[in-house]
Design a protein around this ligand. Structure first.
Ligand SMILES: Cc1ncc(COP(=O)(O)O)c(C=O)c1O
Length: 391
């Protein structure tokens, strides 16, 4: 192992949302890793900080070229530098797209359960949210799209956009090309464009690829806005840096104007250097991270399944979030989450926030050094058993 995935940066007093908790508590909720970022990224930020002047910045052509190369090299997908727009984060960009490409009262579809800020992006921007629940198979612990229900939802002319997550948060599911293509053709038939949030895509397991939505086929390419960012893969969420890949020129120019009107198209002082270091100098680090995450996920799945009677865990092929099916113990996993926090100090994400069938699930972030992971798993096992006994 070349890189350090075992030191735990102490962020308790660093205004970290994740670590803004009690001294004895352990945070395994928000999607934010407890690993240091890649050495090249840290060097780039340190060297920029040394300038001691942090004025306004622009995004140079080399940023777009580096991201296009990244997609070619890592995901075998062709994107042209001129098809990329810079923005200050995936969610700010999604909000902007909804405000500028749809009208108040238009409908936005999401396949629940899914990343909860999709819901607030639609509602807080005055758009009507329509949920199309994914179908869950409790035996395989897997989800699939309810194509018939989706067809019905998309046929409503008020529906203008589908918010999609690939790979999927909270389940870590990687959608296959056939599914994406089918989804694209259904949306295209109904004049619905697709915003595909691919922020977790660089974190597939070693040997597991993913298909960017725009690279699925020409139909998908023409109707999609794909969001990407180095923030999950390189632990840079606090830099608020992301990009949109939009092949369709007409769509792209509308989005560009919207990002500009919302003033979220300008980088902060560290975005460009940090992203360039990630996209051009950190492949080895990322590959090692993916291997570490695979080990952590396998360890957590095995221990939890062995020691928590009834708990169902599906190994996620992407990212570092475990989606824990607690339905054998309770249909109200919010209560279990409160119990775990109270009894063991372990803080997890309540599955209910993701809607769909999330009410009987909890989400656990396992992107952390081994001692923290072992501590979190022990707390969960202890809490699970104590909760079962209390019923
Ligand atoms: C699917 C998904 N999209 C977007 C975000 C947030 O992105 P940003 O911080 O760039 O707004 C997250 C963070 O957890 C996420 O999981």
């Amino acid at each position: 192992m070349l890189y350090d995935f075992q030191s735990l940066p102490d962020r308790r007093r660093a205004y970290s949302i994740k670590w803004n908790i009690g001294e004895e508590e352990l945070p395994m909720f928000i999607a934010d890793m407890d690993f240091k970022s890649a050495p090249a990224v840290c060097r780039a930020i340190r060297s920029k900080a040394a300038l001691e002047a942090y004025g306004y910045h622009f995004v140079p052509p080399v940023f777009f070229e580096a991201l296009a190369d990244w997609f070619a090299r890592r995901h075998h997908a062709a994107v042209k530098p001129e098809e990329i727009l810079y923005c200050e984060g995936v969610m700010p960009a999604i909000g902007s797209v909804l405000r500028h490409l749809t009208a108040p009262g238009d409908k936005v579809v999401a396949l629940s359960p899914v990343y909860h800020h999709f819901y607030s992006a639609a509602r807080d921007n005055g758009r009507e949210l329509v949920l199309c629940p994914l179908l869950y198979d409790a035996d395989s612990k897997d989800y699939r799209i309810d194509v018939q229900a989706l067809q019905a939802v998309l046929s409503d002319p008020k529906v203008k956009v589908l918010l999609f997550c690939n790979p999927h948060n909270p389940t870590g599911r990687v959608w296959d090309r056939e599914t994406l293509s089918h989804l694209g053709s259904l949306c295209a038939k109904n004049d619905v464009f697709v915003v595909s949030d691919e922020i977790h895509a660089d974190l597939t397991d070693p040997g597991v690829g993913y298909t960017p939505f725009f690279a699925t086929d020409l139909v998908c390419k023409n109707i999609s806005i794909v969001a990407t960012s180095p923030s999950k893969s390189f632990n840079l969420a606090g830099l608020h840096t992301a990009s949109l890949l939009i092949a369709n020129e007409r769509l792209r120019e509308k989005v560009r104007a919207g990002l500009h009107a919302d003033m979220i198209d300008e980088p902060n002082a560290f975005s460009v250097e940090a992203s360039l270091a990630a996209y051009t100098e950190s492949d080895d680090w990322l590959d090692e991270l993916r291997a570490v995450l695979a080990v952590n996920k396998a360890f957590a799945c095995r221990r939890l399944t062995e020691h928590c009677p009834g708990l169902k865990v599906r190994y996620p092929q992407a990212s570092y979030l475990l989606w824990l099916d607690c339905s054998a113990l309770t249909e109200n996993a919010d209560d279990l989450a409160d119990f775990l926090r109270e009894a063991t100090g372990l803080v997890l994400t309540k599955g209910s926030v993701f809607l769909g069938n999330g009410r009987s699930f909890l989400r656990m972030n396992v992107a952390c050094p081994t001692p923290m992971l072992e501590d979190g798993i022990s707390r969960f096992i202890h809490g699970w058993r104590a909760y079962a006994e209390s019923l």
